[in-house]
Write a protein that binds this ligand. Structure first.
Ligand code: SF4
Length: 361
């Protein structure tokens, strides 16, 4: 066995599977015919079984374990705050290795558990109803920092082997995933890897505020469910609440969604946060139906969660139901998403950390 002369410990989570194989070859000096097997063993033990100490990987020869201990570590960032809501929702505040902070939220339901993870610290898009949007962009998360959130949540929930607790993963936390496209793509590849976390494409949803020029590419390269944060049926209203609409108009989004649905053969979920007197009228419902008629989709009506300093009010429940009925009567799926974790500011659009602005990755 030959060894790299550079004795610098790499972090396992910063390697995708191909990079892990290169690590076995170049840093450990393992013979070619054993590389795939050993990389798979390590990968499976960490992602499937939650291995925390390489010495516990008894299927590897001791000499190899010693080498791994010298050249790789499986450290994860630390949780600095954990809050549990009355409804069972859990929010973790995580301090990354560079001291930035990121949040992720676990939402347990009767038949499934959804983990909502972040793709950026802060966000550039400033959607007016979103608390995260009031925090300037600090940085794009690298793929390991996206995966770290999943691993930390799995460890907290002791959710190994059969994935009974976290059944679904949504990239709907802080940030716009398509503004951190490459890292999100690599993270989703790791989530999907059958030897590891093994989440199927139908267990993962990537949510976008409507970065139209990335949608078709994502259909081909990422291929998960797509959620589009539409939130308004006209450019006028959308521009008022989502400045990104100045760049990408609803017409562009419709065209891209047609392509996405065609490639993935799946319905797109339209997210629609209901703001009293802004986007919740009967006319808005009818205009939304016109959009929904153009590509396979369903709509999720979201209760707005006010946060300190926001100017919007939530639409009343009965008005939400009326809005929903109009859409259903037109033959489309419309659900009202119950707000979860409101008491811990863990609900949609409420995530915000105190990281200071630094340069973007
Ligand atoms: S809703 Fe999403 S895209 Fe808009 S500001 Fe908030 S985190 Fe950013």
């Amino acid at each position: 066995m030959t060894k790299s002369t550079v004795n610098q410990s790499k972090n396992f989570f910063e390697l995708n599977f191909d990079q892990l194989k290169i690590f076995f070859k170049e840093d450990i000096g393992l013979e070619q015919k054993k590389i795939s097997m050993r990389a798979t063993q390590l990968w499976q033990s960490i992602y499937k079984k939650g291995l925390k100490n390489i010495n516990d990987l008894s299927t590897l020869p001791k000499e190899l374990r010693d080498e791994l201990n010298r050249f790789i570590n499986i450290k994860k960032p630390q949780i600095i705050k954990k809050q549990k809501s009355d409804d069972g929702t859990i929010k973790w505040l995580i301090k990354l290795f560079d001291n930035n902070e990121v949040e992720c939220v676990f939402i347990p339901e009767k038949t499934r558990g959804t983990l909502c993870i972040s793709s950026q610290v802060g966000c550039t898009l400033n959607c007016r109803f979103c608390h995260t949007g009031t925090q300037r962009l600090v940085k794009n998360l690298n793929f390991s920092e996206i995966i770290d959130q999943v691993m930390i949540a799995k460890e907290e929930l002791n959710d190994w082997q059969e994935q009974k607790k976290i059944t679904n993963i949504v990239l709907m936390g802080m940030g716009e995933p398509f503004y951190n496209y490459d890292n999100v793509k690599t993270a989703v590849d790791i989530l999907k890897n059958k030897d590891g976390l093994n989440y199927g494409t139908k267990k993962i949803t990537v949510s976008t505020a409507g970065i139209a020029d990335k949608i078709a590419l994502a259909a081909k390269e990422i291929g998960t469910y797509l959620a589009l944060s539409l939130h308004a049926p006209t450019d006028e209203i959308r521009e008022l609440i989502m400045p990104i609409n100045k760049k990408f108009k609803i017409k562009d989004l419709i065209e891209q969604c047609k392509t996405y649905a065609k490639i993935t053969k799946e319905k797109i979920t339209l997210e629609y946060v209901m703001l009293r007197g802004i986007n919740d009228s009967e006319i808005c419902a009818k205009l939304l139906i016109k959009i929904m008629a153009q590509f396979p989709c369903k709509v999720n009506l979201i209760e707005f969660n006010p946060w300190p300093g926001v100017n919007y009010l939530p639409t009343e429940r009965k008005e939400m139901e009326k809005f929903s009925e109009i859409i259903q009567k037109a033959g489309y799926i419309s659900t009202i998403r119950r707000s979860r974790g409101q008491d811990i500011l863990g609900a949609c659009g409420q995530l915000r950390t105190e990281s200071l602005r630094k340069k973007i990755n």
